[in-house]
Design a protein. Structure first.
Length: 323
């Protein structure tokens, strides 16, 4: 797609995935509105485009329907990335999770319908599968989410499809599998790779919740951004599509790999209680993404980790002796 003629709005534009996507869209010449309530998002994530004439940042909340109606005027494509993102936090605060993810998404859809938006691409999550035993996960498998977060994401996928069927709105849900990379925050509720990188840099042990045999299909954020661009280009809608690396790794092996790549093998890996709401294995079948989007991940986990560590060292002026 030639993004140069497009007016694109990204919800959650200052967050981890949203900021990576927003920066790429601006680089491709789109006119982009970045919408974020700055609750989890950080202006620092988008500082390099703040002065760009093709970019405008709007502070706002997806729970404010009237404001969405106002800012959606003249928009062609919406990437709906804003979300309550933490599984353990959703266990502590299910109402907040539902309010942001479900009510917020309904607002986005209703406002988009009123404004005749061309296409909405929704950032969903592999957590909708829950602990079903079959691996890899295929889009048409039964979904049994085991956390309030997973339930909320499943509800939003349902709304995306229903708005497509009933109102003819062109929607698409991308089900991401454990995304990592630049601009992911190191906080207790962030993804494990960002947390462990922070610990490594402070020479602290890596902590695993459970026995370390659980696995994830860690996906590099640049591949996720690429999938989002492809999703706008293709003429498909009403679909749900897995976006993953298609190569799972156990948490124990991930910890060892991160220690090896940073030559910090002397640090310990310690084990503690399993986290409530956690699924055990997660691994994507990406054949649908290959077929419908022509998607092919460009980074395996090791390449993604190295690219991320290099970015981090450059950005925060820290040094790591990388393998
Ligand atoms: C992550 C995302 C979620 C997304 C989902 C699927 C975050 C915060 N969550 O959920 O938004 O929808 O992937 O794409 O990015 N772990 C440790 N030690 C730690 C931290 C975590 O062992 O210090 C373990 C967890 O118990 C879990 C695994 O690492 O087994 C992954 O956890 P996490 O990175 O939080 O991701 P998910 O819960 O899978």
């Amino acid at each position: 797609m030639n993004f140069k003629e497009k007016n694109v709005l990204v919800t959650g534009a200052a967050g981890f995935i949203g900021s990576n996507l927003t920066i790429e869209l601006v680089n491709l010449g789109a006119n982009v509105i970045g919408f974020d309530n700055l609750f989890n998002g950080r202006i620092e994530n988008i500082e390099e485009i703040l002065e760009n004439k093709s970019f405008k940042f709007i502070k706002g909340d997806i729970r404010d329907f009237n404001f969405l109606l106002e800012v959606f005027e003249g928009i062609d494509i919406i990437y709906h990335v804003a979300a309550f993102t933490s599984v353990p936090q959703s266990v502590l605060m299910p109402e907040s999770c539902n309010d942001v993810n479900v009510n917020g998404t309904l607002n986005v859809l209703n406002a988009a319908r009123k404004r005749d938006i061309e296409k909405i691409i929704y950032s969903s999550s592999s957590s909708v599968y829950g602990d079903t035993p079959t691996l890899p996960k295929k889009e048409d498998m039964p979904r049994h989410p085991i956390s309030p977060y997973g339930v909320s994401k499943l509800a939003c996928e349902g709304y995306m499809q229903v708005f497509h069927k009933i109102y003819g709105l062109r929607t698409l849900s991308l089900r991401y599998f454990n995304v990592f990379g630049p601009r992911q925050k190191d906080s207790p509720y962030s993804g494990v790779i960002a947390i462990w990188l922070g610990r490594l840099l402070n020479n602290k042990d890596l902590i695993i919740f459970g026995n370390g045999e659980q696995s994830r299909d860690f996906t590099y954020v640049k591949d996720v951004v690429h999938a989002n661009l492809l999703a706008a280009e293709q003429g498909i809608s009403g679909e749900i599509i897995n976006i993953g690396a298609g190569a799972p790794i156990t948490l124990s092996n991930l910890a060892k790999l991160m220690l090896k790549l940073t030559k910090k093998e002397k640090l310990n890996i310690s084990y503690t209680d399993t986290r409530s709401g956690d699924i055990f294995h997660s691994y994507a079948d990406i054949s649908k993404a290959k077929e419908l989007l022509n998607f092919q991940p460009k980074f395996n986990q090791e390449e993604g980790l190295k690219d991320y560590f290099n970015w981090y060292c450059h950005k925060y002026k820290v040094s790591l002796d990388l393998n």
